[in-house]
Design a protein around this ligand. Structure first.
Ligand SMILES: C[S@@+](CC[C@H](N)C(=O)[O-])C[C@H]1O[C@@H](n2cnc3c(N)ncnc32)[C@H](O)[C@@H]1O
Length: 264
């Protein structure tokens, strides 16, 4: 994908989250995705500590949104040091409120950072090492298979020796409800390249523009539905073993494809 198109797509999503952060936070709330329950048995946590919690170590949540994943871990009885990274200030403010309410047993840091803005994707992420790195519903916003892999390499490089990388990858192409929210006409970014419609020829198979919610006038966001072949090539490309793979979430239990990876 060419650089100009990537910049337009990133600008569309930056503007989308700026306009919809509050609605997005309300829509997600503190509700965990059902698939997260299935991650719990494989987390590299130690035995119960004196306070009755399971120490998990350091957790990096890339594209953390309102930090509902950290709240889920806290409510599931883990103690951990949490770092959440997101490019949207309003969602980080929501994350701060959620964390105050959930009171995780461990320090929490929230970092305002766009992991696609400087250098190679993921270059500026906190260095770690982390026992758990997660990307929950984030990779669909990263344009181009090469950038998705580069971001995953950056995530994998931050794992501790026993660390796990857990991914939930949105499969909206399998959801007729989401297909009805596709915007098929020309889409333009508001800021960078304002008024210049995105060249459909520059997009890749699986790329789409989707409205959020049921308002047909709402501006869409850029999303990519990662195909099986790309996803299945990640463990070897990253030098990681896939120790768990399943689908979960949404009305039909298949909205996200999960992968749990660790050092080979
Ligand atoms: C669909 S939301 C998922 C949020 C969270 N992981 C959850 O499960 O609720 C995608 C998140 O990724 C963030 N995001 C997207 N692109 C980003 C980028 N380039 N840098 C940092 N955050 C980004 C958005 O701001 C948003 O909070």
């Amino acid at each position: 994908m060419n650089r100009a198109t990537r910049q337009q797509l990133l600008e569309i999503n930056r503007a989308f989250y700026e306009a919809h952060a509050d609605a997005f936070d309300r829509n997600r709330g503190a509700r965990p995705w059902p698939g997260w329950e299935r991650l719990l048995p494989v987390l590299p946590a130690d035995l119960l500590d004196a306070s009755g919690r399971r120490p998990l170590g350091a957790v990096l949540d890339i594209g953390c949104g309102n930090a509902r994943f950290a709240c889920f871990l806290a409510q599931s009885g883990f103690a951990f040091q949490y770092t959440g990274v997101d490019a949207n200030p309003a969602l980080l403010a929501a994350a701060r409120r959620q964390l105050a309410a959930a009171a995780p047993a461990g320090p929490a840091e929230l970092v305002l950072h766009d992991f696609l803005a400087t250098g190679a994707p993921g270059d500026g992420l906190p260095p770690g090492p982390f026992e758990l790195v997660v990307l929950m519903g984030v990779l669909h916003h990263v344009p181009g298979a090469d950038w998705r892999l580069a971001l995953l390499r950056a995530a994998a490089a931050r794992l501790s020796g026993r660390g796990l990388l857990a991914l939930a990858v949105w499969q909206f192409e399998d959801d007729p409800r989401e297909q009805r929210k596709r915007v098929e006409g020309p889409v333009a970014a508001a800021g960078t390249g304002a008024g210049i419609a995105i060249d459909p020829e520059a997009l890749e198979p699986g790329d789409a523009f989707l409205r959020f919610g049921d308002d047909p006038s709402a501006p869409p966001r850029y999303c990519h539905s990662v195909r099986d072949a790309e996803l299945e090539a990640w463990p070897a490309a990253l030098g990681l073993d896939c120790i768990g793979e399943f689908r979960a979430d949404g009305a039909r239990g298949i909205a996200n494809r999960y992968a749990v990876l660790r050092r080979a």
